[in-house]
Design a protein around this ligand. Sequence first.
Ligand code: NAD
Length: 487
Amino acid sequence: MSLSFDPNALELPHGHFIGGTYRPATDCMTLHRPSDGLGYAGLPIAGADLVDEAVCAAKSALKSSGWGSCQPRDRTRALHRWADLIEADAEHLAQLEAVASTRLISQLVAGDIAVTAEQIRFFAEMADKEGSDLVPTRGDQLGMIVSEPYGVVGAITPWNFPISMAGWKLGPALAAGNAVVLKPSEMTPFATLRMAELSVQAGIPAGVVNVVLGDGPTTGNALTGHPGIGKISFTGSTAAGAAIMENIARSGIKPMTLELGGKSPQLVFADADLTLAADCIARNILFNAGQACVAGSRVLVDARVAEAFTAALADRLKPGRIGPTWDAATEYSPVISARQIARIESLVNAAISEGAEVVTGASRLDHPGYFYAPTLLTGVSQTNTAVTEEIFGPVLTLQTFTTEEEALTLADHPTYGLAAGIFTQDLSRAMRVMKRLEAGTIWINRYGRSRDHILPTGGYKSSGIGKDLGRDAYHANRRTKSVLIDL
Ligand code: NAD
């Protein structure tokens, strides 16, 4: 059966989800579908009073349900039931996601949604395995490191992978015994609302998962500055991360995990399997039209193979079938908004005026909605706009190097350090280069995430603080208390 659907017939959840029920609200913004640019829904913006209500609902749910202090296995069971319901509802969730975002209906059910359910299960299984420690002290003393949840975690997610990002935040925070107030991106709220509804159906106490809708300056700001929030877990741009740090510094210090932007290099050495490298690099930048934090947007290639490699890469930068996200035959995603496609255009034009040569792309695609051609730019210096800026679109730059040292110098970005790729068949080189690259994730002879949820993800430099996924994400949602007893 085809996954295609009629976006006009889709019923969208509406209102903030607080204390287990929808709170009717007046719309303040119009949302436009990236696939055709049409206005299709409205969005309310929660002010400080509503954010406060959500935090109070979370606190009172924690108190009345004992979610943070129950038998940990009870949380495990509830989270497994939630993952089951997410899987059972996958088609509906996928429609809510595809209508609003750039994610293709054909990729959501078996991709984002299946992986999110799997990640929730991964964290569910940590609830009764990770905890406090007895530590070595003098024999007549007992030392303990007592691990506790924070209470209410405030989470904020971006628009590029809304379901996955909600899972990354909710999975570890809930398994660790916290309640959550989550603000999804103002552009992609619907699947997150549905996930919250399903959490209640799964037996996670009402009020443990709350979703407030709104923008960054109003709702996000109220959330990060709320004194009742114990910890902030944020994914989004580096600029918004910096604004959040500033707000937290002003309104009251609290811990935060920040997963921010990237401008990741992919180093292709002359001894690499060049077909594999070209396939990986092209596939990665075509995926979600390059709108991924870890997009490997800066290709660095050994000058000796550069000509042939550039041609091989350009040949693979074909968009495939263009169409709306709700058509199962579509292969290439739109850009999220009119604003974002205009930004891509202006950055590419700036790069060209600074000397970049266009190998392919560098224009909009002739189709309703916001589609941008896969683009490859060469002849760029380290200060070219296309090299320095996170474009967040299907745009690659290609630079050449003659030595390993030069490759490392080019790879080193002044701002970002999220991920990097290395293509070589020389293991010693791969290890040497891996050690010197300043990035939180390194992929060797592959590029892109796998289903190994044990591997944490996060940035070096201004790409972030702390980690999502892995054990780190679970522990980031708990704090520790040191206890020493004289016996
Ligand atoms: P964005 O920073 O514009 O918005 C992200 C979220 O933050 C939204 O919910 C937004 O409403 C909110 N926000 C904005 N300003 C805020 C403020 N001052 N206070 C509180 N909340 C605020 O980012 P985006 O355009 O939605 O997403 C794209 C960005 O996200 C890219 O930079 C991308 O690299 C990054 N990203 C990073 C990761 C990662 O794991 N490192 C993953 C996905 C996306």
